[in-house]
Design a protein around this ligand. Structure first.
Ligand SMILES: Cc1cc2nc3c(=O)[nH]c(=O)nc-3n(C[C@H](O)[C@H](O)[C@H](O)COP(=O)(O)OP(=O)(O)OC[C@H]3O[C@@H](n4cnc5c(N)ncnc54)[C@H](O)[C@@H]3O)c2cc1C
Length: 459
């Protein structure tokens, strides 16, 4: 009362125009509801982010790879007429640990025999334990409390003895989760691996979920979804407050208020805490906001005249515990484009190096590339990067991860609606959590929850 702001009314208000929010909005608009999508950035797509090289060719600054089992993503690729390309995977992968570099067609088998079999045994143990973790309620898994109190760091020290295998395990955790092994629990790892259908460590080809990339960028998936929504999407409209006190939910941005019968919050979990909630969120839901920090990652792309590493018998793939670069992949598109290497600094190094100068980061990354692929790697035609920890409205990447103990104390609040506010986002997905596929499926889930609930309410 007393406010001069006009209030707009909608059936559903979606906070965040990443793949999850856009999917939910599309489904609900298709079902005939009046929907508004409020997006803080000046673009849609969130953690899918298109950049470009000076050639004009597009690059992915965020999400890039699509798995062969990512049905929903593949469906959108077809629907929006985007072009898919297979990930290059011929030649040897390089694994750098304890000051040495080992080569193998399958990076999980690259280490010297004793370390390789230790690592393999640890990964097999993860594979067998994850099968006992219920997808919807990981806290019902055997020994859930103990496993959620056990960090991956301490579990690793129990099951792996050799330094090389320990370091390779660390690099794997950083590359997959962008956190240090001391920051997540064994139970969290098992639940995440289960949500991705397993580790795929037996696969002789590229890593699981890295089979394809798009010509262009994955942001085009979001743009395709947004096209069908027209004016329903409001850019530069950060939601500052969610008020659940009335019959409607009120979403307050800097300039507007929106009264909606149902709200969907589709922003990364820690960013839910940047919004003022009235009344305050229930304790376990707030607990998740506080106990699910974003991972830390710097993604870089180096462009060359040609993919010269292929001629030297390398796939372009590196997994490293040495130095600051955790992972490298061949990012060339087989369209006569330049050779490209794409890679990540992840975990604690990403936090430290995000705060250094861009020049220092570039020098350091290129120095490490030279170690893996020779002097030509140190002189790219172009180099570009995104430090996700300092990227507004994401504040990290690839995803948020629960700290030890959180899955068992607050995990069941992840998808639990609070009044008429529902939670989407790739972190809430049952399958392919943390991937674009999970973001889309979370949008579908939350849209059908809204439709069911409205039907039950008679509207
Ligand atoms: C560097 C990097 C590499 C990745 N690689 C891959 C990959 O190869 N394959 C893969 O499948 N996945 C990958 N991912 C993960 C994938 O990008 C995400 O899991 C997925 O895109 C998340 O979608 P989302 O809709 O849940 O969230 P987001 O994409 O984060 O969307 C949330 C939206 O909410 C907006 N927002 C935030 N706060 C507010 C607010 N208060 N008001 C309004 N709007 C707000 C944000 O601007 C954003 O647009 C990667 C991520 C990163 C960062």
């Amino acid at each position: 009362m007393g406010s001069s702001r006009a209030t707009e009314r909608y059936d559903v208000g979606v906070v965040g125009a990443g793949l999850s929010g856009l999917t939910a909005a599309r489904e609900l608009a298709d079902a005939g509801l009046e929907v508004v999508v409020l997006e803080a950035r000046d673009r849609v797509g969130g953690r899918t982010a298109e950049g470009s090289l000076s050639t004009g060719n597009a690059i992915d600054r965020g999400a890039e790879w699509i798995g062969a089992d990512h049905e929903r993503v593949l469906e959108l690729v077809e629907k929006f007429d985007l072009e898919l390309r297979e990930q290059y995977d011929a030649g040897a992968d390089r694994v750098a640990v304890a000051g040495e570099v080992f080569d193998h067609e399958n990076r999980f088998r690259a280490l010297p025999e004793e370390s390789a079999s230790e690592l393999q045994a640890a990964l097999e143990r993860v594979e067998s334990l994850r099968r006992d973790v219920p997808l919807e309620s990981p806290d019902d898994a055997p020994d859930a409390a103990l496993r959620d109190a056990t960090t991956l760091e301490s579990w690793k020290r129990e099951v792996i003895d050799t330094e090389a295998a320990r370091e390779a395990f660390d690099a794997f955790v950083r590359a997959e989760f962008t956190v240090e092994p001391g920051e997540i629990s064994l139970l969290y790892l098992l639940a995440a691996v289960d949500a991705a259908g397993g580790l795929g460590a037996d696969d002789e080809s590229v890593s699981v979920a890295q089979e394809y990339r798009l010509v262009g960028s994955t942001q085009r998936l979001a743009e395709g979804l947004a096209d069908g929504l027209g004016d329903a999407i409001r850019l530069n409209e950060p939601v500052r407050k969610i008020d659940r006190r009335g019959d409607d939910v009120t979403l307050v941005s800097d300039g507007e208020t929106y009264a909606v019968s149902d709200a969907i919050v589709a922003v990364p979990p820690p960013l839910i805490g940047h919004i003022d909630h009235e009344p305050p969120l229930p304790a376990r839901r707030r607990g998740l906001v506080q106990r699910m920090p974003m991972g830390a990652v710097i993604k870089w792309v180096a462009a060359y005249e040609e993919p010269f590493w292929r001629d030297d018998g390398y796939s372009g793939s590196v997994l490293s515990a040495d130095g600051v670069v955790t992972e490298v992949a061949d990012g060339t598109l087989p369209d006569g484009d330049r050779g490209r290497l794409v890679g990540f600094v992840a975990g604690a190094d990403a936090l430290e190096w995000s705060d250094r100068s861009a020049t220092e980061r570039r020098e350091r990354v290129l120095e490490e590339l030279e170690r893996y692929f020779g002097p030509r790697a140190s002189a790219p035609l172009e180099y570009t990067e995104e430090t996700w920890s300092t990227t507004r409205w994401s504040t990290g990447g690839y995803n948020a991860a629960m700290t030890p103990g959180t899955l068992t104390s607050c995990g069941d609040a992840l998808r639990e609606p609070v009044g008429r506010v529902r939670w989407a986002g790739s972190e809430t997905a049952l399958e392919w959590r943390g991937f674009m596929e999970g973001a889309i499926s979370s949008g579908e889930r939350v849209a059908s929850e809204v439709l069911e609930d409205r039907a039950a309410r008679g509207g």
